[in-house]
Structures are given as structure tokens and as C-alpha cells.
Write a protein that binds this ligand. Structure first.
Ligand code: GMT
Length: 376
């Protein structure tokens, strides 16, 4: 198949999923065309089936807001015609679903059929999508998608609650390529981060408010009073100043290592003991799945789609959003009982295997075929 993929190329789960999906499809022989405003950060390999089409928005002083959506729609039309796309897969509803609809209509006027699939990733529904100013456009473009997928059952329900759409929503969860996580990695050395008697807690996110990174610091503050440990923070974002302020207040900065944004966190994950994910909302929690793939138990909130991934008392523990004391208590309990800890590590890995690309990729391929067969 010739598949067009539209996504956000920046650091973030939806871009990772879209890119890894495209790469896997290309390896299976499909021709995959990424249409984005800059190269997706994980699209860093050559494959004869992978193509990248940049959306360049010129800066006209006349506009306060540059018309990105119009340029993107034009680019989709262009790629669809000249690369003979069979299907378009857009990740993150805003604004990609409505742009896909517009491109589809333009192509229709030229007697070209291009069905589009919208994958909902989370904040496009649970946060940004809650803004009433988007409602008519999201509602319309979802209802007119030739298929909709969501990354968890929880997100499917949230979407149907927010938007009374008639369209069905198919759940296709996030995935990892488990094969890539099996081999031990040499790139990151534990001894450079912690003393032999110290444990390592880790958190990865884009440091937005929704991630509640301050709770990570509060968990760490409690745990380190009982168990010698270090905290590794991976990522960066708008909450950085608040995090710096809090670590100074708690006097924990010297035991926190901030490594910034990392394109593929597998190496740094492999030296950690516990992954902390206290999010306010989380449609799936791809970073937690990546941690579980390297046998790291997860201490998380119990929000959104996290319970579909993290099995309480088996692969980690869940607490109510904001209950960092309970999260700390669970972390201490887990790290204090070596036998249970080792069992949780194995359980986490077994759970991660259920989300292997080998299982998930055929779901997308099947959907593409169905959508193409159904026509528009
Ligand atoms: O988590 C983020 O802030 C990034 C965000 C995105 O849209 O890139 O991630 C969302 O999509 C991921 C991939 O499907 C999910 O694993 C994340 O749970 C989801 N984030 C939220 O729902 C907050």
C-alpha cells in the first residue's frame, strides 16, 4: 500500500507512535510518506520505502497567524496525486482530521479518492479537545473520518462522552518493538549516575502540567529518606522552572540528574529501577510501556488508559492522581522487597510483550485494507 502519515514531528508520544508505525510498515514493504513540518525526530534511518515531505509555511507579515492548515492540505493533495496514496493516516485530531477532510474533498473534485483514518492520542480529546472553540470542527472531521482509532478503551469512552459522533472508534493500543529492548545496552552506565548501593527512579515526559512532574519530585523526596536513591529526569518543557524551584525548596537538586530530551530513551531506561508516572490524564502512557519493556516496574496514577497497561500489584502500583504519598509508600515497599521487585520486573516485561509491534501492526494493516476497500 501507499500510505501517507501526518503527525506532529516533535517530542511526544503521538509523533513517536506515528513514526515507529511508519517505519514498521516500510519494513513490511509498504511505501510510507510522512507529511510534516519538520523531520520526525525518530525518523532517523534510511529505508527505500520511507519518504519525507516537508510542509513549509512561508512567513507573510500580513498574517498574525500563518495558515499552516492550508499549506498542509495542499501538500497532502500534492503527495496524494503524485505518489498515488491509497490511504492517509493522521495522528492527533487537531488540526489534522479537518485538514485531511479538506484534502479529501479537494481530491474528490479531481476524481481522486483518498480515505483518511484519524488516530486519537489523548490530549487532542481530553485537554485541547475540551476547548469549546474547537468543537464543531472536531465533531465534523471525526464524524467524516473513514475510520477512527484510539490508543485505549478509556480514550474511546472519553471521546464518545465528549463528542456525540456516530462513527465507530476502534481501539489500537500503543506498541513497542520488543525485539529492540531485549539486547543489553552498553551506551549508558549505571555507575555514572548512582553509587552501587543507590536505586534509580526515572521519569520521562514533555514536562507539561498534565504530567505532574512536581509529584515525581515529591515522591523522590519521601523515598530518598528511606532508601538511598537518585532521580533521573528525561525531557523538558514548560514546567521546568517550577520543577527547578521545587527541587531547591526540597533541597534535592544534587540528587536529581536532568538529562534533557532524548530521542530514544532505551539506554537511559535500562539503568533505572522504577518508573514514575503521576499524570493528571494519560490516554495510554507510551513512556511507561517503554520502561516496562526493559523490565522496569511502574509507579503511576490510575487515570485514563494507564490501568490498561500497568497492572496494580503485578507490574507496578497505581494511586489516585495527586496522592504522591501513596506513590512513595508503594515505591519504598517495592524497593525494600527484592523478591517482589524481581517478580514485578518480570511481570512488567511479560505485560510489555502484549504490546509488541508484531501484534499491533496487523491491526493497522487490516484497518487500512478495510478502509480502502470501502471507498469514500
Ligand atoms: O504525553 C504527551 O504529552 C504527549 C502526547 C502526544 O500527543 O504526543 O501523548 C499522548 O499520546 C501518546 C501516544 O499515543 C500516549 O501514550 C500518551 O498517553 C498521550 N498523552 C496523554 O494522554 C497526556
Amino acid at each position: 500500500m501507499n500510505i501517507g502519515i501526518v503527525c506532529y514531528p516533535t517530542f511526544g508520544g503521538s509523533g513517536v507512535v506515528a513514526t515507529e508505525l511508519g517505519i514498521a510498515l516500510a519494513h513490511k514493504g509498504h511505501k510510507v510518506h510522512f507529511i510534516t513540518y519538520s523531520q520526525p525526530f525518530r525518523l532517523n534511518q534510511f529505508n527505500e520505502n520511507l519518504f519525507y515531505h516537508e510542509v513549509n509555511v512561508n512567513d507573510y507579515p500580513l498574517f498574525d497567524y500563518q495558515p499552516y492548515e492550508s499549506v498542509l492540505a495542499s501538500k497532502i493533495v500534492d503527495v496524494a496525486i503524485y505518489e498515488r496514496l491509497d490511504v492517509l493516516h493522521v495522528h492527533y485530531a487537531i488540526p489534522h482530521a479537518s485538514v485531511a477532510y479538506l484534502a479529501q474533498q479537494i481530491l474528490k473534485s479531481r476524481k481522486i479518492k483518498l480515505p483518511y483514518i484519524t488516530t486519537l492520542h489523548g490530549t487532542d480529546i481530553t485537554l485541547v479537545g475540551q476547548d469549546p472553540s474547537f468543537e464543531p470542527v472536531i465533531f465534523f472531521s471525526l464524524n467524516n473520518s473513514n475510520a477512527i482509532t484510539s490508543v485505549s478503551e478509556s480514550l474511546r469512552k472519553d471521546t464518545l462522552k465528549t463528542f456525540k459522533i456516530a462513527n465507530d472508534i476502534k481501539v489500537i493500543p500503543n506498541f513497542i518493538k520488543i525485539e529492540d529492548y531485549k539486547s543489553p545496552t552498553e551506551a549508558c552506565h549505571r555507575k555514572n549516575f548512582a553509587a552501587p548501593n543507590e536505586r534509580i527512579l526515572i521519569h520521562i515526559s514533555n514536562f507539561r502540567k498534565v504530567k505532574r512532574v512536581e509529584d515525581v519530585l515529591r515522591v523522590f523526596d519521601i523515598v530518598r529518606k528511606k532508601i538511598p536513591c537518585k532521580l533521573i529526569l528525561v525531557g523538558d518543557g514548560p514546567e521546568r522552572p517550577a520543577i527547578d524551584k521545587l527541587c531547591r525548596e526540597l533541597n534535592t537538586c544534587s540528587d536529581i540528574i536532568s538529562v534533557g530530551k532524548i530521542a530514544n530513551p532505551k539506554e537511559v531506561l535500562s539503568i533505572a529501577d522504577v518508573f514514575i508516572l503521576p499524570s493528571e490524564t494519560e490516554s495510554f502512557g507510551l513512556s511507561a510501556l517503554e520502561a516496562m519493556a526493559v523490565k522496569i516496574p511502574v509507579i503511576s496514577s490510575n487515570t485514563g488508559g494507564i490501568p490498561e497497561l500497568n497492572v496494580h500489584g503485578k507490574t507496578g502500583y497505581m494511586s489516585k492522581v495527586g496522592d504522591y504519598e501513596d506513590m512513595a509508600k508503594n515505591t519504598i515497599a517495592l524497593l525494600s522487597d527484592e523478591k517482589t521487585f524481581q517478580q514485578f520486573r518480570e511481570n512488567a516485561f511479560e505485560q510489555a510483550k502484549k504490546f509488541d509491534i508484531e501484534t499491533i501492526l496487523p491491526m493497522y494493516e487490516k484497518l487500512y485494507k478495510e478502509v480502502i476497500a470501502a471507498g469514500i
